[in-house]
Write a protein that binds this ligand. Structure first.
Ligand code: GAL
Length: 354
């Protein structure tokens, strides 16, 4: 079956060459930088009999670093789903080191894995990663750190599964707009905030930072940024940054925006040590809906968070991987598949708690 399929593919490729259709050439993508919500996978040209997904195949999973609260939930979900479907799974820790992750990818390729699921350490490394998996012809799902549509267009057996980071930022802004004073606790006509940012190289950090504030501005609210500091998604850094800002700006701080929950939990410790009270004299929002954050939203110690659906994304990544294993290819500009974020407030938090 595999052989017949390979022969068929070779014939199709020959035909494509003869008719001048370069399979790897991106389709016209001028001016369209917005990745499409995609059901875009096209079955192989012999659509009648796509090869069945290789249940029991070997799957390599590269995670940017194990020591990341959200990615821990995510990788556990991935492993569970893949093993539940009978795949042999190896999950490796990139230790936040792109060179190390590149080696891990090469090792997986040498070992002959059937597919790869990769959470890149650095978005800027996407070109190298894509060129490597393309040269080896390995079907690949990228997760969590989204490359540009142009970068992905280089390889048609590649798809990204993730969320639209701008949406999570907008939801954070809306959580503040939904408070009784729209974030203006001291009534001076503007919302004064600090921003605790994730890794600024990461598109999630960039867009959450931008869109959380934009939501306020779009609603006609005046804003004042007191400080913006990178906290690299890390709880301890979140605490230190927030403690320093509280010492420097004191009561001026009305809103603490954190690009993720782990930093928000750290920030909460600093807020409580400074004798401030969330939802009374300061607001605090995060993203991810980690269990700890859900508890704090429910206790009134966080204003809200945004569900970053690890289970949904893991299930989506596996589904796309199986399409690729079945021979599907992706058209340029249709290589991103998004799972929705969900706003979490005291009103609906119970729905998300286990
Ligand atoms: C984000 C998530 C962060 C962190 C980051 C890693 O989507 O909100 O908590 O895990 O991914 O890239």
């Amino acid at each position: 079956m595999k052989k017949t399929f390979a022969l068929l593919l070779a014939a199709i490729m020959m035909l494509a060459l003869l008719t001048g259709c370069g399979g790897d050439k991106p389709a016209d993508n001028a001016g369209d930088s917005q990745p499409a919500q995609s059901d875009a996978a096209t079955p192989p040209a012999d659509a009648a009999t796509p090869e069945a997904p290789a249940a029991g195949g070997n799957i390599g999973v590269c995670i940017y670093k194990f020591d990341d609260a959200f990615m821990t939930t995510y990788r556990n979900a991935l492993q569970e789903i893949l093993e539940g479907k009978g795949y042999k799974v190896t999950v490796v820790d990139g230790n936040n080191d792109q060179a190390k992750q590149n080696e891990q990818i090469n090792t997986f390729i040498t070992q002959g894995v059937d597919a790869l699921i990769i959470n890149p350490v650095m978005t800027s490394a996407a070109d190298t990663i894509i060129a490597t998996v393309k040269a080896a012809g390995i079907p690949t799902v990228l997760i969590n750190r989204e490359p540009t549509p142009e970068q992905m267009a280089a390889y048609d057996k590649l798809v990204y599964v993730g969320c639209d980071a701008a949406q999570s930022g907008t939801f954070q802004g809306e959580l503040i707009l939904d408070t009784p004073n729209k974030g203006d606790i001291n009534g001076d006509g503007k919302v004064s905030y600090i921003m605790i940012q994730g890794d600024p190289e990461n598109i999630d950090a960039q867009l959450r930072t931008e869109y959380s504030v934009k939501a306020l501005q779009d609603a006609g609210v005046e804003v004042e940024q007191l400080n913006l500091t990178r906290g690299d998604w890390d709880r301890e850094k979140g605490q230190t940054i927030c403690a320093n800002d509280l010492a420097q700006f004191g009561d001026k701080i009305e809103v603490v925006f954190c690009n993720n929950d782990d930093m928000a939990i750290g920030a909460l410790q600093a807020i409580q040590s400074a004798g401030r009270k969330v939802n009374e004299d300061i607001y605090l929002v995060g993203v991810d809906a980690l269990d700890a954050a859900l508890n704090e939203v429910s206790n009134g110690n966080m204003t809200g968070t945004v569900l970053n659906d690890a289970n949904g994304q893991a299930a989506g990544a596996v589904a796309e991987m199986e399409k690729l294993l079945g021979g599907a290819t992706y058209a340029a500009n249709e290589q991103s598949v998004y799972v929705d974020y969900v706003k979490v407030t005291p009103d609906n938090v119970k729905d998300f708690m286990k």
